[in-house]
Design a protein. Structure first.
Ligand SMILES: Nc1ncnc2c1ncn2[C@@H]1O[C@H](COP(=O)(O)OP(=O)(O)OP(=O)(O)O)[C@@H](O)[C@H]1O
Length: 270
C-alpha cells in the first residue's frame, strides 16, 4: 500500500495531513501571524479533488484564518500555498446585497447576456429549491432561504473548491438538518472539494469524508470516515467521543440537533 494511504488507514492523530488522490489544495509549512501573535505555524494540508473535509477547533484556534487563506482573502506571498482560483465561499451570514433581487445576487459577477445569466441563476436557484423566490428581495427571505441563495451564488460558478465557514450555525436545528441534506445533494451533483468550518462535531461526522481538528494553528487530529453517509450511526459514537476529547471538552461542540448521539435524520437519505 502507498505509504500515504497506510498512514491514513491508521486514523492516526498526527501531522502531516495527506490525501491519497492528487491534491487540489496544498499548503506546506504554512504560517500566519498578526503582529507578534502567531496564529498558524508550520501547517501542512492537502485536500483532494472532490473531497469533503470538515474543520473543527476551539474558538480562536485559527479556523477562519485558514479558511481566509484558502479563499484568497489574505496575502500569502512567499509561502508555499497552492489553491485553485476556481473557488467560492459561503459564510455564516448570507451576505446578500439587499438592493438586488435574489436572482441578481446569484448572478453577481457572471458575465454574458442578461437572459443567459438569468437562466444560470434560475437553474442554481432551482437546485436549492427556491424557484419561487427568483424576484424576491433579500430582506424578505428567512435565514434558511438566504443561506440557500448564498449556496446557489457559490455553486453557479461551478467552483472546484467550496469553502463553508459555519454556514448553518445561525439556523434552527431542523433547518440545519435540511441544509445538511441539501449540501450533500449539491456536493454529489457538482463534486467540488469542500472545506467546512464548524463547531458541531456531529455535523462534521455526518457530512465529511475527513475531519480535522485545529489547535493553536496546528492540525492535532484527523479522522477519515470510510463509512457511507447513510451508515454512520455506529462509527459516529466512538468518533464523536474521540473528537470531543481532542477538543478538550470545551462546550459548544455538541450538536443542538435533537437526535440520539451522533445519529442524524438525514443518514436515512445520504
Ligand atoms: N485581522 C486580525 N488581526 C489580528 N488578530 C486576528 C485577526 N484575525 C484573527 N485574529 C486572531 O487570530 C486568532 C484566530 O482567529 P480565527 O478567527 O482564525 O479563529 P477561529 O478558530 O475561527 O475562532 P472562532 O471559532 O471563534 O470563529 C484569534 O486570536 C484572533 O483574535
Amino acid at each position: 500500500m502507498d505509504a500515504r494511504l497506510s498512514f491514513l488507514a491508521d486514523h492516526t492523530i498526527a501531522e502531516p495531513v495527506l490525501t491519497p488522490a492528487a491534491p487540489l489544495v496544498r499548503l506546506k509549512n504554512f504560517s500566519r501571524s498578526f503582529g507578534a501573535n502567531t496564529i498558524i505555524s508550520g501547517l501542512d494540508l492537502e485536500i483532494a479533488e472532490g473531497e469533503f473535509v470538515a474543520l473543527l477547533g476551539r474558538s480562536g484556534s485559527g479556523k477562519t484564518t485558514l479558511l481566509r487563506t484558502l479563499a484568497g482573502l489574505d496575502d500569502v506571498r512567499g509561502q508555499d500555498v497552492d489553491v485553485p482560483s476556481s473557488r467560492a465561499v459561503v459564510f455564516q451570514d448570507a451576505r446578500l446585497l439587499p438592493w438586488k433581487k435574489v436572482w441578481r445576487n446569484v448572478a453577481l459577477g457572471l458575465k454574458g447576456l442578461t437572459g443567459r445569466v438569468r437562466l444560470k441563476a434560475e437553474k442554481a436557484l432551482h437546485e436549492v429549491g427556491l424557484d419561487h423566490r427568483l424576484d424576491a428581495w433579500p430582506l424578505t427571505l428567512s435565514g434558511g432561504e438566504a443561506q440557500r441563495v448564498a449556496l446557489a451564488r457559490a455553486l453557479v460558478r461551478e467552483p472546484k473548491l467550496l469553502l463553508l465557514d459555519e454556514p448553518f450555525a445561525a439556523l434552527d436545528a431542523l433547518t440545519r438538518l435540511k441544509m445538511h441534506d441539501l449540501v450533500l445533494a449539491l456536493w454529489k451533483a457538482h463534486r467540488p472539494a469542500v472545506l467546512m468550518v464548524t463547531h458541531d462535531v456531529d455535523e462534521a461526522i455526518a457530512l465529511a469524508d475527513r475531519v480535522l481538528v485545529l489547535d493553536q494553528g496546528r492540525i492535532v487530529a484527523q479522522e477519515r470516515i470510510h463509512a457511507a453517509r447513510g451508515e454512520r450511526g455506529e462509527v459516529s459514537r466512538g468518533l464523536r467521543a474521540k473528537l470531543l476529547s481532542v477538543l478538550g471538552g470545551e462546550p459548544g461542540h455538541e450538536s443542538v440537533i435533537p437526535f440520539p448521539h451522533g445519529v442524524h435524520a438525514h443518514e436515512a437519505v445520504a
